[in-house]
Every structure is written in C-alpha cells, then in structure tokens.
Ligand binder design. Structure first.
Ligand code: KIV
Ligand code: ZN
Length: 399
C-alpha cells in the first residue's frame, strides 16, 4: 500500500482562518494533539510573522516529538533564517519556502519579473538547505501560473536543493481533472531529479479542496497538505479528516493510506474547535455531530438491522462512541424503541405503540426529541392502561 505523508498546516494556514488565531499555549496544545494523531509533518507556523509566533513555533519544535517540524518562510534570506532559528530545537526540521509564480501575483503583488522570481527561489532555497534538514518549495498560485514558468520554478528549487515540491491551488480555482493533469506535468518536468517528492495544498473556495487533493493522490503525489476541520484562509483548506478517511475507506480505489490514528479524529477536531472558537458544522463529514446520526425511520430501520446500509465507516473508527438515533417526527417505531432502550427505558407492544403516538405528536413541535421528552413519553406510555385510539401500521422500509 502506498503511504501518503500528511503535512498538517492547521497551525499555519488553519490559523489564517479569520478569527482562528491561537495563543502560544493553545498552539502548543494543538501541536501535541496533532503529533498524537500521527501527522508526518507539522507546520507549526510562520515565524517571520511576529516575535510571538516565532517563539510559539520554537517551543513546539523543542517540545513536541514525532512529526518533522516545519515552518513557513517567504523566499528571502531573513524569513528563512527566522524560520531556521525557530526550528533549531526540532529533531527533524523542514523549512517551507514559498513564492508566487503566477503573472498576476508577480506583476500586481510582488512587482517583480519572472527572472527575479527564479533568482529568489535559487537563493532562498539554497540558504534553507544550509539551515534545515529538509526544504519544501511551494509555488504560490501554481494553478493560475503559466505551466512552463511553473516548471522552471520547480526546477530551480530542485536544483537548489529542495526535496519536496508542493503544488498549491492557492485560490481553490482548479478542477480535479485539470489539477491531476498539472501534477503529472510537474512530475514529468522534474523527472531528471532524483529523490524529489511531490505534494499538494488545496483551498476550498469552490468546495473542491478534498476532491482536488484526492485527484492529485491518484496522479501520484506523495504528500497532502491538510488542516483539521478544513480550517484555513477564506473557504479553508482540504480537511485532514476527510482526506484521511477517503483514503482509508476507499483503499480499493486509491491503494494508499496514511499513518493517522483515525480513532483520534473526533477528539482532535473538538480540541481545535474549542481552542479556535470556530464550531464544526453539524453536517461536516466524519467529525460533524450529524456524521453518524440517523433521523428518518427508513434509515433507522436499516442501520439497526445492518449499520452498513447507511454507514460507510463505523463511528468508533473515527472516535465517536456510537451512532446516534435521532427521534423526530421522521423517526420510525423501531428507531424510537432503540433510543428508549439506550436510555434504559425499553418498551414494546402496546406501550411502544402509545409511546410512538406521543413521540410523533411531540415531533410536530420540536426538531428533535431530547432525553426529557423521551423519559416523559416512556412514563406516560407505561402508565396508560388504555388501548391506543388507533392501530399503528409501520411504514414498509423502502429506499
Ligand atoms: O495557499 C497557498 O498557496 C499557501 C502557500 C504558502 C503554500 O498557503
Ligand atoms: Zn494556503
């Protein structure tokens, strides 16, 4: 099985999500959790951004063990040196050098020529190789860059000693098929360089970050940049939990896996959400509160008979204690019975019929029946000596 390296950038790009900035102590706690999760490379931050950021990265590099420690640097000497200083306590360090390569960024933002850009890549990557164990190079806005110039930029980085070539879809512009084709083009352009690894960094402006990352993995990249909960600039980055679980659930297709301990995903997601103050949307894949919740009677009947009918991974495999049967006006009698049994209030026969009628009434008033509703309903259903006023005919489970 091919192993895909997980380069986690929650503490760098994730922290660039508006409102997500973290205190040094919070960064440290997240770094430890990510190391426990089993990420291969941990981008702890952008040390040139501020003194506090440089110190936070330095503490993580000194004290967190497991992943290779990475820090971001623009393609200039001072940034590279600041990154190297912050990483000096790491057992294995990687400076992540980046510069934009699209004409739009070169002309409008950096106001430099293409040849200035190549010169900066050569000088900064060469300096980084002197100061860190590994150097990764990113061509910012790669997907809107002229492909020949993009390849020249990667060739300059490889010639200067960078060993990981990261292809960012900085503005989430690419489509999966064209992104895969770009990966193949860059790989072909660097075929004469030995021991070069390829990586991608996808943003989610069109909701395609994970799809693009997976297409790139299909096209042969060795590493994926991801963030917990998909945090990141604007629409965010490719989500770690989705990328990892797509590979694990569909090894038949990707024939690839990661070293991530998936059973820690939910706890790590919660920690990141609590410390950043950014809630996880309920319908978020894998770690959202509804990821393993079943509300409709048909689905409840299915999962109670065979969880595989409506679940493609088990809740426990990603760190949930159990699936959730939600009692609402859409629920079935079987789902209600299961939920009552979970609460230690098993009912059957006519008592269950009565409870079901009461639950449906309550379901017309609330989105979801809570424990108090269910306890009251079970008590009422048990108490009533009367036959229900009508006979409940359960719906036939159907698709
Ligand atoms: O989105 C981007 O291009 C980046 C680079 C620094 C890799 O975050
Ligand atoms: Zn980014």
């Amino acid at each position: 099985m091919r192993q895909i390296a997980i380069f986690d950038t929650t503490l760098r790009d994730g922290e660039q999500a508006p409102g997500a900035s973290l205190s040094p102590q919070a960064k440290f706690l997240v770094a430890k959790a990510l190391a426990d999760l089993g990420v291969d490379v941990l981008e702890a931050g952008f040390p040139a951004a501020s003194v506090g950021e440089a110190e936070a990265v330095a503490r993580i590099a000194r004290e967190v063990r497991g992943p290779t420690m990475a820090a971001l640097a623009r393609a200039n000497g001072p940034d590279v040196e600041t990154a190297a200083k912050s990483l000096s306590g790491a057992l294995r360090s990687r400076i992540h050098v980046f510069i934009a390569t699209s004409d739009r960024h070169l002309e409008r933002k950096l106001r430099i020529t293409r040849s200035d850009c190549l010169a900066r890549i050569t000088a900064s990557v060469a300096r980084a190789t002197e100061l860190a164990d590994e150097v990764e190079f990113s061509a910012e806005d790669a997907t809107r860059s002229d492909v020949d110039f993009l390849n020249a930029a990667y060739q300059a980085a490889a010639a200067a000693g960078a060993r990981t070539m990261n292809i960012p879809d900085t503005v989430g512009y690419s489509q999966p098929q064209e992104f895969a084709a770009l990966v193949l083009a860059v790989r072909a352009a660097l075929s004469s360089f030995q021991r070069v690894a390829f990586s991608v960094h996808c943003h989610n402006d069109l909701g395609l970050a994970v799809a693009n990352t997976l297409a790139a993995i299909d096209a042969g990249v060795d590493q994926a940049h991801v963030t917990m909960n998909g945090l990141g600039e604007r629409g965010g980055n490719a989500s770690l939990e989705e990328t990892v679980m797509a590979l694990r659930t569909r090894t038949d297709h990707y024939r690839a896996d990661t070293a991530v301990k998936a059973e820690r995903l939910v706890a790590t997601s919660r920690l990141v959400s609590e410390l950043t103050g950014i809630p996880v949307q309920p319908n978020k894949a894998v770690v959202g509160a509804n990821a393993f919740a079943h509300a409709s009677g048909i689905h409840q009947d299915g999962v109670l008979k065979d969880p595989g009918t409506y679940e493609i991974m088990t809740p426990q495999s990603v760190g949930w204690e159990a699936r959730r049967i939600v009692v609402s006006k859409l629920s079935g009698r079987r789902g209600l019975a299961a939920r009552l049994a979970e609460l230690g209030l098993p009912l059957d026969g006519e008592a269950l019929d009565r409870a079901y009628i009461l639950a449906m009434k309550r379901g017309d008033e609330v989105h979801e029946l809570d424990e108090r509703d269910l306890i009251a309903i079970a008590a009422e259903a048990r108490r009533s000596p009367k036959e229900p006023t009508f006979t409940f005919v359960p719906a036939t489970p159907a698709d």
